[in-house]
Each structure stands twice: as C-alpha cells, then as structure tokens.
Design a protein around this ligand. Structure first.
Ligand SMILES: Nc1nc2c(c(=O)[nH]1)N[C@H]1C(S)=C(S)[C@@H](COP(=O)(O)OP(=O)(O)OC[C@H]3O[C@@H](n4cnc5c(=O)[nH]c(N)nc54)[C@H](O)[C@@H]3O)O[C@H]1N2
Ligand SMILES: Nc1nc2c(c(=O)[nH]1)N[C@H]1C(S)=C(S)[C@@H](COP(=O)(O)OP(=O)(O)OC[C@H]3O[C@@H](n4cnc5c(=O)[nH]c(N)nc54)[C@H](O)[C@@H]3O)O[C@H]1N2
Ligand code: SF4
Ligand SMILES: [Mo]
Length: 668
C-alpha cells in the first residue's frame, strides 16, 4: 500500500512524499514524483526519516521525572497518570496565578497546522485556560515585518519563476543546504548567479560570482548597488511613477550610499560593487533569493526592506522571473481564525517572545511563568543564551511538560514527557514557505508504543480538565476542513498537493516611504542599521548544517558521523593571529558563555568572520553549543533573533584554562 504524506520539517520545500506500507510497517519513504517542486527527491536528512521513526531512542511512553531537573532520569507512567498530574498542576497554577502563568512554547519541529505549527497546536485549549500567547520570534519575523512595510504583504515571487530569470542574486541564503529544490529552477534558467555571503558555502561555490561582505551590512550593499543603478539612469521610471510611493525621498537616501562609502561598510572592493550594480542595471529580469539567515542581525528587518525596494527601482516586480523571494508563507490565506479560535479566550492575555525564554523564566514576575508546555521545540539546543535557558528550566517551581519524539537536551528538564507521533502516524496539512503548494499528510501506520498525536493529546487533556467547550473535541478531519474552508480538500488529499493562487506583489503600491514603519516607531525610509553586538572578537555565524534540521536529527548516528565533530572555520589570517592551526581544539567564548570545537582554517570565510553550524545536541557535544554564546537580544523589528550578530573570542583550548574560568564566572 502507498500513502501520500508530506515532510513536516522547518524547510522551505515542504516536500510531498510517498510511504510504502507492508504488513502494517512503513518500509519505504520516497519523494513524490508528481509534485512539481519535490520531483521525486527528498534530501540527505529526510532520506533517513524512517530510521528516526524506528529508532530505539524514540520516546514511546509517558514519563515522569525522578532525578534532578536536567539530569534526564525518568520513570514510565500511564497516560492517565500523566494527564491527571498535568490537569491537577494546571488547575492549581490557574487558581493561584491566573492562566497567563502558562506558556505554550511552540517550536518549529513540525510545520503541520494540526500537530505542530508555532502557536497552533493545542491553542484552543490554551485559549480556554487564558494562557499567555506565544510569539514566534526565533526564525523569520524581522524580515517578514520589513517586507510588509515595503510590499504590504510578505509573499514575494513564485519560486518556480526563477526558471525565467536572467540574473539571480543568492543573497544570504544557502539553498543547496537549506532547501535544495530551488536549485533546479536556478539551473533551468541558465541565469548568471551571484552569491552574497560572508562564507563561501556549497551554494556560493556553484555560483558564477561570490561577494563576501561583512555580516549585517547587506542593507548598505543594496543601497550602494542602487546608487550605481540610479547613477546610470537605469531606474524604471514608469514603474516607479505608477507603482511606488516616496521615490524622491528614497532617491535622496540612495545618494548617501556611494560605492566608496559602501565599500568601507561592507569590506568589499569598490570595483565589485560597481560591477554588480552595472550588471543589475542592464539585466532584466533580475531575481533575488534571500532567506532567513540574512535577517538574524540587529538590522535584519531593514535589510529585507531595502532588498524588496531594489526590484521596485528596476521594475523587476512587474516582470515574470524578477523580484524577490523570501518566504511564500504570506500567499496562503487559510482560515486560521477558525482553527485557532481566539474567541475562546476569556479576556485579553499577554504575549511572550520565543527568543526571550531565558529572561522570561528567570525575571518575569507579573505573573511568573509557572507552567511551560514545550511543543515541537528544543530551546536548550536552539534558543539564544543556552545558559540562561538552562537556569530558567532548572527552576524547581516551574512545571514543565515536553511533547517530544526524542530525549533532547530540553526533555531532560521536563517534569512530564509525553511521547508524540511522527509524520507517518498522524494526519496533517502544511503550506510550503518555498513554494505555492498546500501539502497533505495522511497517516500511514500505527504509532509505536503509546505515542499520541498532539491533537489527541490535547483532546484527552481537555477531558482530564473537565472542560466542556465542544471545539476542544473536534476530530483531526474536522480541524483540517475548518482550516481549508474554500479549498478543494478532496483533491488536495487525493493528489497530496494543491497549488494556491498567490496574492498580488506588491499588495498595493510599493512603499519606499512607509507610513506603517513610521507608525511602529521606525525610520519611514529604508536605510542601513549596523550590527549591534557590543563585544569584541570575530563575528560568528552559525548557519544551517547540511546534516541536521535545527536540532532535529542531531542524535542520528549516521548524520552525526557524516557531519563530523563540531567545527569552527576561521580565515588563515585570523587563525595565525591566534596561534591556531587546522585541527587545533579551540574555545569559543564571550560574556554569555562558551563552547568547544575544532578549528578549521580556510579562506571559505572572510577575514573577521568565523563560521559554524547550528543544531548540535549539547549533551553530545561536551555540554554546550554555539547557542551558549548567542544573546537574547532583539533585532530591529518585532523581536526577531540575532543568531549571526554574535561576537566571540577564540583561543586554543590548551592555553585557555583562564578564559574558561572567566567565562564560567560570567555565567554565574
Ligand atoms: N545558533 C543558531 N541557533 C538557531 C538558529 C541559527 O541560525 N543559529 N536558527 C533558529 C531557527 S531559524 C529556528 S526555526 C529555531 C528552531 O528551533 P526549534 O523550534 O527548537 O527546533 P528544533 O531544535 O529542531 O526542535 C524541534 C523539536 O521538535 C520535535 N518534533 C518534531 N516534530 C514534532 C511533532 O510532530 N510533535 C512534537 N511534539 N515534537 C516534534 C523534534 O524532535 C525536535 O526535538 O532554531 C533557531 N536556532
Ligand atoms: N539542512 C538544513 N536545512 C535547513 C535548516 C537546517 O538547520 N538544516 N534550517 C531551516 C530553517 S529553520 C530555516 S529558517 C531556513 C534558513 O535557511 P537560510 O536562510 O539559508 O539560513 P542560514 O543557513 O542561517 O543562513 C543562510 C546564509 O546566510 C549567510 N549569512 C549570515 N549572515 C549574513 C549576512 O549578514 N549577510 C549575508 N549576505 N549573508 C549572511 C550565512 O553564511 C548562510 O550561508 O533553512 C531551513 N533549512
Ligand atoms: S527537509 Fe526540506 S528538502 Fe528535506 S524532505 Fe523535508 S522539505 Fe524536502
Ligand atoms: Mo527557522
């Protein structure tokens, strides 16, 4: 038997897949050949998904903590005991502190609307309890907000149109690692390709040209390119006059960013800036692919605003194969209100920012967070400020429930662990963020042990709480129907995918001058916001690993073997200055924390920059990871994370005993 499903992971490609079931077991998982983006191929990670499903390490039964928080010692209990205890604790907390003392902390482990998606799973129940709202600030919010200021929406180009481009700028994005299906469209185009990335990534290696600016300076670079374009008189005046707002003001801003000034800010040669500006000026259509990595900086939202203005000046927004693709999420108009049922809230409640978990758990007192539900997230591994997150999770008075597949660094801190189903075992619906297709996932096999879907877990918890609201008991099919009102659900289910009609881009006139930005307290004009880590040392970028998906797969034996030990790459000049050679064990530290790795000395990174990858498990990497060095600081718009705006001191490990001491004392 073959069952259609979809990859649930936080990846733009939202692949459609086919599960082959024999004797009740999933024996094969393949990319769906019919899906126009998946085209039969998954990826190096998800080719091993069934290994994860069948893993001996998989959590199969509810567990109760018997050791200290963080120690990871648990005993098996029944679902009735687990849910009974949770109901009792929640009731006590709501009575004493109010519902807002509960924080449903959602990660991106699954992007399924029913089983995982940030802020969705279980929200109806949390609404009835009056729990705090979760703001998903960890990934893409700054860029999305910047795009909304400029474009009115954040949807952007249809990625399939990249096949029609003549010039493609891969700007702060590494598709061959973090969403490789776009690459086929880039290849089909035959376009001239330029990678703009402080690191010579797998993608940059395959491009015709690579520019390596200093991190966090992209807005200045884009303004410099526009300076060249406008200097040549190559702006599309007709597009500007009919489709944009605020050109005279923006033109003045552009004039401030001469190639000389931009060269100084970005660390790029003047000639490279001028040459690329000239190339853009003469090439239609030009497409920009920027993704989330580029906006993990103090000025990340501003960077996306400026990037979206570029095709507004050249007129590319009006040409198929031209424009900007960041995330297609904004094109999907599903009936989210029907799914979320915010009307069930008894009164307005506060919102807590995902990236400020450490602060919230250790400082907030109005009311304090007393119950934390961790749903498809691994904040010890993936959040900023690992040490502060650990300190918060270690609080004896905090009641932590973790819904998981594996015993992660975060699950070690749980009071109760609830075993969750994996994708071939439950029903779900997803929307791609790197294409315009809805994808459907039917359950193919029965879950192992006593694993339950997130939806069923919350239906049962509602019963244990004695709640009578009928919406808390809707079946998965009903939830999907409510979400997909107006769509042909039968067709979606039968074929596994369905292309949606995109929203117009820009939604109305493109706002060079943004009244919305001004109203939110920001510069109404796009500009350049410099990096903000006040520390010294190299800028450490921790981008997507080829072998892990955030911290998912971080314990898969084969993928760990292939990724090797934790490495930090330094430019030969920066390495020599620190007496570091290739293979030297090093300590990477700042005032927030430290971790250990092996040095890789290579000109793949530009001087002043160091590179590593995200997704390691702390307990499999000597106790801490790069996230111990990252600040819980907000970027410019809406509290976005600043993972790549991170300065660190790097020293050879043997000579750094004193540094370790000072890092440890900084942590205390
Ligand atoms: N250093 C550094 N850190 C980063 C980033 C960075 O660039 N650099 N990027 C950040 C980004 S972009 C993101 S999106 C965040 C992601 O951070 P998180 O949302 O914490 O993602 P993961 O670390 O993958 O953890 C997801 C967990 O969900 C579990 N899971 C998967 N599916 C399900 C399910 O259906 N049900 C349940 N209950 N659990 C499930 C997985 O087993 C996994 O442990 O990480 C951020 N962390
Ligand atoms: N294999 C794999 N795929 C993934 C993920 C994963 O962990 N592993 N994570 C998924 C998730 S959650 C997300 S959000 C997406 C994110 O995917 P991407 O947007 O690709 O995110 P990153 O890998 O963080 O950054 C992309 C590139 O931006 C570069 N970069 C960093 N700072 C700057 C800068 O200031 N300027 C410029 N020009 N470039 C910069 C980095 O060096 C990196 O090569 O990928 C998804 N896909
Ligand atoms: S992680 Fe991305 S590329 Fe890999 S199977 Fe999932 S959606 Fe496809
Ligand atoms: Mo993300």
């Amino acid at each position: 038997m073959k069952v259609l499903g979809a990859c649930p992971l936080d990846c733009p490609d939202a692949c459609s897949w086919v599960v082959t079931v024999r004797d009740g077991a999933a024996v094969e998982l393949r990319g769906n050949k019919e899906h126009p983006i998946t085209r039969g191929a998954l990826c190096v990670k998800v080719n091993r998904y069934l290994e994860q499903v069948d893993s001996p390490e998989r959590l199969r039964y509810p567990l109760r903590r018997v050791g200290a928080k963080g120690e990871g010692r648990f005993e098996r209990i029944s679902w009735d005991e687990a849910l009974g205890e949770i109901a009792e604790r929640l009731t006590g907390i709501v009575d004493e502190f109010g519902g807002e003392a509960i924080w449903p902390f959602h990660g991106t482990g699954s992007l399924g609307y029913l089983q995982g998606l940030e802020g969705y799973a279980g929200r109806r129940l949390f609404n009835v309890l009056g729990a705090s709202l979760h703001k998903a600030t960890i990934c893409s919010i700054a860029g999305t907000t910047g795009l909304k200021y400029t474009l009115g929406g954040s949807g952007g180009m249809d990625p399939e149109d990249f096949a029609k481009s003549e010039l493609i700028l891969l700007w702060g994005t590494n598709p061959l690692t973090s969403g490789h299906h776009l690459w086929k469209f880039i290849q089909d185009s035959g376009a001239y390709t330029v990678a703009i990335d402080p690191i010579r990534t797998k993608t940059a290696e395959r491009c015709d040209e690579h520019l390596a600016p200093l991190p966090g300076t992209d807005a200045a670079l884009a303004l410099g390119l526009l300076n060249v374009i406008v200097g040549l008189g190559a702006q599309d005046q007709e597009y500007i006059d009919t489709h944009t707002v605020g050109w005279p003001e923006f033109r003045d801003r552009i004039a401030e960013f001469t190639p000389d000034r931009v060269a100084e800010i970005t660390g790029l040669p003047v000639a490279s800036i001028v040459a690329l500006g000239e190339r853009i000026a003469r090439t239609r259509p030009t497409a920009i692919r920027a993704s989330q990595g580029i906006q993990r900086h103090a000025g990340g939202g501003m960077a996306l605003r400026v990037l979206a203005c570029l095709p507004g000046v050249t007129g590319d927004w009006a040409i198929p194969g031209g424009g900007l693709h960041y995330s297609t999420s904004g094109h999907f108009k599903l009936d989210e209100p029907a799914l979320l049922r915010m009307d069930l809230l008894p009164h307005p409640v506060r919102t807590l920012s995902m990236t400020r978990l450490g602060e919230a758990l250790t400082e907030i007192d109005d009311p304090p967070v007393k119950a934390l539900f961790v749903i498809a997230a691994n904040p010890v591994g993936s959040n900023p400020d690992q040490n502060r997150v650990r300190a918060g999770l270690a609080r004896e008075d905090l009641f932590t429930v973790v819904l998981e597949h594996f015993m992660t660094d975060t699950a070690d801190y749980a009071d109760i662990i609830l075993p969750a189903t994996m994708q071939p075992e439950h029903l779900d619906v997803l929307a791609g963020y790197g294409h315009l297709y809805l994808v459907w996932n039917d359950p193919a096999v029965a879950p192992p042990g006593e694993c339950l879907s997130t939806t069923e877990t919350f239906r049962r918890l509602a019963r244990h709480l004695g709640l009578t609201e009928p919406a808390l008991y809707d079946s998965d099919e009903t939830l999907a129907e409510q979400l997909l009102a107006g769509y042909d659900t039968a067709r979606l289910r039968a074929q596994g995918f369905l292309k949606i009609t995109p929203q117009p881009v820009p939604a109305d006139k493109l706002q060079f001058l943004s009244a919305r930005a001004l109203a939110a307290g920001h510069d109404p004009l796009p500009g350049y916001t410099p990096p903000a880590d006040p520390g010294d040392g190299l800028v450490l970028i921790s981008a997507a690993s080829h072998y892990f998906l955030n911290s998912t797969f971080g314990a898969n034996p084969e993928l760990r073997r292939r990724s090797g030990e934790p490495r930090v790459t330094l430019h030969p000049r920066d390495a020599a200055a620190r007496e570091i050679t290739d293979g030297t064990p090093i300590l990477i530290a700042n005032d927030r924390g430290s971790f250990e790795a092996v040095a890789e000395v290579s000109d793949r990174v530009r001087p002043g920059v160091a590179a590593t990858t995200k997704g390691r498990w702390a307990k499999l990497s000597g106790g801490s990871t790069v996230n111990a060095t990252i600040a819980e600081r907000d970027s410019d718009y809406e509290g976005g994370a600043v993972f790549h705006d991170n300065r660190v001191r790097i020293t050879p490990l043997r000579a750094s005993a004193d540094v370790t001491d000072s890092a440890a004392s900084a942590m205390r």
